[in-house]
Design a protein. Sequence first.
Length: 134
Amino acid sequence: MSESPRSRLRAPTTVRYFAIQGLGYGIDIGGFWLLFHLAGIPPLVANLMSKAGAATCAFFGHRLVTFIHHEKAHIGPQAMKYVLLLVLNTAVNSAILAALLHVHAPTTPAKIGTDISCIVLTYFVMKHVVYRRS
C-alpha cells in the first residue's frame, strides 16, 4: 500500500504530540500563573483548575492533529480513557508538586518540574491506550 502525498508531508506523531502538548502546556502554565499569582488561589487548587482547561483543549488537539481520529463513533471511549489518564496524571503530578512545596521549593519552578517529569509517560499511554487504532 503506497503513501498518499498528504501523509508523506505530515510531521511524525511525536512532533505533532509535542506541538499540541506545547499549546496545552501554555494554557496550563498560563492558567496556573493567573490563578496562583493574580487570583491568590492555593497552588494545588490552581494546578487542578489549569490542568482541566488545558486537558480539554489538548484532548481535541491530539484527537484531530496528533493521532488523527475523525470517526465520531470512537470519541466516547477515547474521552473516557483520556479522563482516566488525566485523573491519574493529575494525581501523580499533584503528589510530586505537594512534596516539592513541602520542602519549600519555589512554586512555579516546582510545577514546571513536575509537569516535565510526567510528559514522557503520558505520551506513551496516549499513543498506545487512549488513541490506539482498533
